[in-house]
Design a protein around this ligand. Structure first.
Ligand SMILES: Nc1ncnc2c1ncn2[C@@H]1O[C@H](COP(=O)(O)OP(=O)(O)O)[C@@H](O)[C@H]1O
Ligand SMILES: [Mg+2]
Length: 229
C-alpha cells in the first residue's frame, strides 16, 4: 500500500527484489540463527518512542516470514494507536479485543486474510479504556496459546516501551522481543532506558533493528544491475 507521504510501507510486497526486502530476508535468517536451541514462536516488537518504525518493521518481517513458507499471524497489540489494519488495508471492526470479551471468538479467532498467502492479521479491534490491564490478563495468555496452535509464528505489534507499560507486560509473555531503533531519531539514553525496562521483566531481547538507515549507493547500483538481468 502506498501511504500519503509516498513512502511505501509494505515494500516486501511491492518490491520483493529491492535491497530493503533483501535486508528483511537477512533479518529473517538472523532470527532463525539466534534461536537454534529454542525456536522463537512468539515475538513482540517495540521501540523506545513513537514513530520509530515498529509497525512498518513488523509488517514487513511478517510478510518475509510468510514468503519463506511459514504460516504467520500478526496481532496488533497496540491498543492505543493500532495501524496494522491500515498497512494491510483491512477492517478493524473485530479483532484482539473481541477475543478478550467474547468466548466464541476464542474458538473462531477473527483472523483476516492478507494479500500474502500464509499471513493472517488479527487487528486490534475496538479500543478499550484499559490496554495494559487487558494485555496483562490471564485471558491474554490464553489467546497467545490459541494463536500459537494455529501458526508457525505469532508476531505482536506493541506501543513504545518508555511511554506505557504494555510492551513490557507483553514481553514477559512471549519467547522474544525485537527492538526497533530509528537511526534518525532514537536518542541513545532512550535506547538504554528501553533495554533496562525489558531487563526488569526478564524479557528475552532477540536483537535490534536499525530503521531509517541511509542506503549505500553501491547497493542501489547492484539492484539496478539485477533488475536488468
Ligand atoms: N525507513 C523508513 N523510511 C521512511 N518512512 C518510514 C520508515 N519507517 C517508517 N516510516 C514511516 O514512519 C511512520 C511511522 O512508522 P511506524 O512503523 O508506524 O512507527 P511506530 O509503529 O514505531 O509508531 C509511518 O508513516 C511509516 O510509514
Ligand atoms: Mg506502531
Amino acid at each position: 500500500m502506498i501511504v500519503d507521504n509516498g513512502w511505501d510501507s509494505l515494500v516486501t510486497v511491492s518490491m520483493p527484489r529491492s535491497p530493503i526486502s533483501e535486508a528483511y530476508r537477512t533479518l529473517r535468517t538472523n532470527l532463525e540463527f539466534s534461536s537454534l536451541d529454542k525456536p522463537i514462536r512468539t515475538m513482540v516488537v517495540t521501540s523506545p518512542g513513537p514513530d520509530e518504525g515498529k509497525s512498518t518493521t513488523l509488517a514487513n518481517l511478517a510478510v518475509t516470514l510468510a514468503q519463506g513458507e511459514r504460516t504467520v499471524i500478526l496481532v496488533d497489540c497496540d491498543l492505543r494507536r493500532p495501524t496494522q489494519h491500515e498497512i494491510f488495508d483491512l477492517q478493524n471492526g473485530v479483532g484482539l479485543t473481541t477475543m478478550i470479551v467474547e468466548d466464541a471468538a476464542m474458538t473462531e479467532p477473527p483472523l483476516q486474510e492478507t494479500v500474502v498467502p500464509g499471513l493472517w492479521l488479527l487487528p486490534s479491534g475496538p479500543l478499550p479504556p484499559n490496554p495494559s490491564e487487558l494485555l496483562g490478563s490471564r485471558r491474554m495468555g490464553e489467546i497467545i496459546a490459541v494463536l500459537t496452535k494455529r501458526a508457525d509464528m505469532v508476531l505482536f505489534d506493541a506501543p513504545p516501551i518508555i511511554a506505557v507499560t504494555d510492551a513490557a507486560v507483553l514481553a514477559s509473555k512471549v519467547d522474544g522481543v525485537l527492538m526497533v531503533i530509528n537511526a534518525g531519531g532514537t536518542k541513545r539514553d532512550h535506547a538504554q532506558k528501553a533495554k533496562a525496562l525489558l531487563d526488569k521483566v526478564n524479557a528475552h531481547l532477540v536483537g535490534a533493528v536499525l530503521n531509517n538507515v541511509k542506503m549505500d549507493a553501491s547497493l542501489h547500483r547492484y539492484y539496478a544491475e539485477q533488475k536488468g538481468g
